[in-house]
Design a binder for this molecule. Sequence first.
Ligand code: AMP
Length: 945
Amino acid sequence: MPDSEMQQLWSTSHLSGGNASYVEELYELYLHDPNSIADEWRSYFQKLPQSNGFAGSDVSHSTIREHFQLLAKHQRRPVAAVGGQTSSAHEKKQVDVLRLIQAFRMRGHQGSNLDPLGLWKRDEIADLTLADYGLTDADLDTSFRTGELHIGKEEAPLREILDALKSTYCSTFGAEYMHIVDSDQRRWFQQRLESVRGKPQHSATTKRHLLERLTAAEGLEKYLGTKFPGTKRFGVEGGESLIPMLDEIIQRSGSYGTQELVLGMAHRGRLNVLVNILGKNPRELFDEFEGKKKIDLSSGDVKYHQGFSSNVMTSGGETHLALAFNPSHLEIVSPVVEGSVRARQDRRRDGSGDRVVPISIHGDAAFAGQGVVMETFQMSQTRAFKTGGTIHIIINNQVGFTTSRQDDARSTEYCTDVAKMIQAPIFHVNGDDPEAVLFVTQLAVDYRMQFKRDVVIDLVCYRRRGHNEADEPSGTQPLMYDKITKHPTTREIYAERLVNEGTLSSDEVQGQVEEYRTALDNGDHVVKSLVKEPDTSSFVDWAPYLGHTWTARHDTRTDLKTLQDLANRLNDLPDGLVIQRQVGKIVEDRRKMAAGALPLNWGFAETMAYATLLHEGHPVRITGQDVGRGTFSHRHAVLHNQKDGSTYIPLANLAENQPRLDIYDSLLSEEAVLAFEYGYATTTPNALVLWEAQFGDFANGAQVVIDQFITSGEHKWGRLCGLTMLLPHGYEGQGPEHSSARLERFLQLSAEHNIQVCVPSTPAQVYHMLRRQVIRPLRKPLIALTPKSLLRHKLAVSSLEDLADGSFQTVIPEYDSLDPKKVERVILCSGKVYYDLLEKRRKDGLEDAAIIRIEQLYPFPEDDLAEVLAPYKALKKVVWCQEEPMNQGAWYCSQHHMRRVVAQHKVKNLYLDYAGREASASPACGYPSLHAEQQEKLLQDALTA
Ligand code: AMP
């Protein structure tokens, strides 16, 4: 730093006329924590020459001292010598006071009163006492500069500074924000927290409203408890402050112009949120309790998994609320909510995230324990998945079912510590202080709106009735429940406070209780802001997709001219785009394919499926690891300029007003990313939404999403989903992993036409399959096993005419012109093994074995297979051939379909044989020679045994 700059810093410092020892103290602070000192000093220290040449190593004290002594010579004001006189004693204390302020900002939350039950034993906090800084009570009346403490005074007695710090940082909430590196954000919090000393004044109306919301929260639980004793409802009791908190989030977000809020939450408090926040009619809930509700879904779900939608009025206008359906896996709904929010933002062209806001409500044990929380946080600022910040709420009842917080539930101090990985600010708040809850809620919403980042509110509370109402919690948490039984409710505590301070009378308190109870008795809606006739103009119309089966009529053809025109536009690259040599060859080949001069390969046909869908007005979204290029380099949808690293996406440049094309390499997560895409797809029916696994077996890490959303969501909750999963699959000697997409798992999960499982084996098939997924008015998840080596296989090619005229074939008949009369054996198969069989049959000159490909394994196309089998009247044998071991692949789950078809064949007494690997514990062997041997044997078995 030039000396002139230094002079400036020196003279503008709030301790102008400071001395070398002051700077040394600052430097000590800087070494301990660079964020604990003012920005200008930090940047000064950062620019000092490093003592050993390595960045980050500290500069010796003598260097600092020399530097400042030198500088002091140039100061107009005399500088006290180091270790000097009276004024330097004060200066030293002044530095200590500043350190004390920083300590409260950093550690004050540890001294806060957060636990309503008072059971949380916390260690004595070092750093928050005067003694820790060499200060004593004798200094309390001495005035010190307040530095950047925002209490409206440049100077104040230490007593006042200390009081302000305690009131701001050690009250009934604790703020953690000093881990945020961005100084603007830290200053924002300091200003907001310190300027009101942690306790803003609330009007009597606000206080009444708070009490009214608490009365509603408590009232509903009491009502349900009396009417349906012992029935599980996962009541909010102990955490009633959740209701005023959500109410405030909705109203305040509305005042910012937010038009939609999507909430995800687990069980606790859900019924309360449905009735008291979303405005579900209590009568409907009672009917559910009484089992009266008519279920028109084949499965349905328990009441505390149900989603709901409504509109409420806010000062900013009508706001749509959507509570996501969720399974019992507590945390998995968060990324689903994010996906749904992103879809809504994309639809509204809300790039900043102002108009649609996600709210994620978590339990403390799951938040601390489940990895998907970290995955979801990691997504929060990435291009593909960001939603402008999520408001997270932890209903922290300080126990995980029966697992104690103290010893077993986690290794971190707070259940929220994982949020620090993205530098999210965290507020811990005592649930028994509704005004503190209100204050942190307002800060959280304002922060999210201003900085567009995640924020966490840790609502420290308890569960009054154990894990659920059928549970007896005192067996495992005796002390906690001894305390809870004697502990007044949050409403009682707050009502007493308001009566004592004269805000309202005991009669008015009682009046609120009775008014709520009467509303429930009458079965009235209890959300006053509920819009009875909501504006549905921005809703997606799902009607076109209802009531169809997989055989619904559709046409996936595109005329040749349009195809060529689109292909030419894709391959017409802008000037200045210098692409890598091999990529250039791929583009060149695609130009030839478009001209009909080369057969079409997989990458071309797949790209054309996207291009034609975009051309027809359907958005396309593709995420997954390495999808831009494609794990096996076949896609190259994102071109990288070799000159400057910029990217160009041909599919996004087809036409001026084309629909959205989003293609993003995802972070290396499967669970959260797949859940996100499920959320996106269930919100955007007119788009093709794809998730691609790097290798098919990577979907393992997302099994919860597959089991509990993708394959069962429609039957549990009536939520349609057109998500496509692309899972590379094929036995190519790569070992136990990276060979199998675990087809058997998807087939085992298939029932009631819940999903489609396809194994396309030609470029034209992938083209028509992807187009069918959007054009057919059916929204069912598509599980597509996609190839690896076939991406470049000389036989796996199609023609432009195949795209222009064809359709997706669920069964592909024999390709070669065998004489059906001579065919004595039919081999049924799916995927890559077809080409191995074909090549071997041709090589061996066999003419009696026809090979039929089943390209859709579920719903199984029995009629189509029967039709293809019909010409073979001399049949002696039908064989199912697969590469997978016998206990895997399609054999166990699909053979009954094939047997049924074979049994109906004209030739009687036909039997279905198996040719494939022996049953195996692992999906594939790890030795290339053994792989080759097994592969050869299964081909031989299929063709001749
Ligand atoms: P939402 O914006 O999520 O509150 O949805 C508004 C309405 O659209 C819901 O009440 C449903 O009737 C319908 N809807 C939303 N998503 C789906 C879906 N995935 N499948 C079927 N209907 C849906």
